[in-house]
Design a protein around this ligand. Sequence first.
Ligand code: SAH
Length: 379
Amino acid sequence: MREQNRDGVSGELAVIYDRKDKFLAAGLFDPDSPIRVRVLHAGKPQALDAAWWTAQLDAAVRRRDELFDAHTTGYRLINGESDGWPGLVLDRYDTTFVLKLYTAAWLPRLNKIVALIRERLQPERIVLRLSRNIQSAAEHFGRGRRDGEILCGPALAEPVVFWENGIRFEADVVRGQKTGFFLDQRENRREAGELARGREVLNAFSFSGGFSLYSARGGAKSVTDLDLSPHALAAARRNFQLNSNDPAVAGCRHECVQADAFEWLAGGDAHRFGLIVLDPPSLAKREAERAGAIRAYGRLAASGIRRLAHDGLLLACSCSAHVSAEEFFGAVRQAAANSGRQFVELKTTRHAPDHPATFKEANYLKGIFLKFKSPATAA
Ligand code: SAH
């Protein structure tokens, strides 16, 4: 920005003109962020009035119209920038909606947005989630807004329950990571589940057992959830309970291991698995961590491959925006080549389709499926 005609306040509409005073774009003024204007509209001049906001919401909802049937009631309705709502996410978990803000610039507009969502989508309740970096600003300067606050609808005594491809899951929408569930992995979970029949499955970085439930339903012999967090493992146990009327789930042995997955995988346990899922949290939170993260993904894949049985399958995932798909896939392929075992690459994957990505950084999630043909004799 070259010039600013006056000081603005966070959340005010800012209009950007070019050097010849021609309209370029309008957006939310965000003085607390390096992204000074969160662009809402670019191109021809346009009044951002009530009708415009309604159309913006309707467009995001319409984009998901054909994606889901009644077997999936948990999905993303608004995916930030990529849906024209920079720094704002709206997830649906059955009748509970979760509005997550990543910038304080939305706070002055919160009441209007909530009214709009209620009018257009009639949720039972809306829960507010705030990214960590804006929580104290929201409490002190943002009219006392709190992370986890119920903005409308009845109070919540327990996690909400929703459907994903016919499987029941709980989501702790008030305190859980992200908005309570990792909706972006839906398609990868489905694919892993379809490959799990007859296999012993290790779900490393399991969170609440998403990949495990799909594997169990897909006919896995056993699944082991491995996570550092006892809360995540407790949720995984409850998710198995929630689906115990499914004979495949009821018949699948389920174990939980609370441990550091990096150490556990690198350790000496000799047991070999038929399918291993590696879905760690982002290993590069900053650009400076990129090179180290790529090496860490390679080491993790190598540890996973050593634990794979004959004909074993590996699904390795990365959610680091700072690590590109090619860098990540390259690290995993290199680990596979270095293992000395024969392998074939089955496919690479990206986010679920309710997470459209219109720019590079929004394309953070990548997955790669490999099948190791030879016996697990190599070290
Ligand atoms: N695959 C999951 C999402 C994984 S999120 C799904 O489909 O829902 C990443 C998980 O890794 C979190 O549950 C977090 O508790 C766990 N985690 C973070 N660091 C870990 C570590 N060092 N060892 C094991 N688990 C870890």
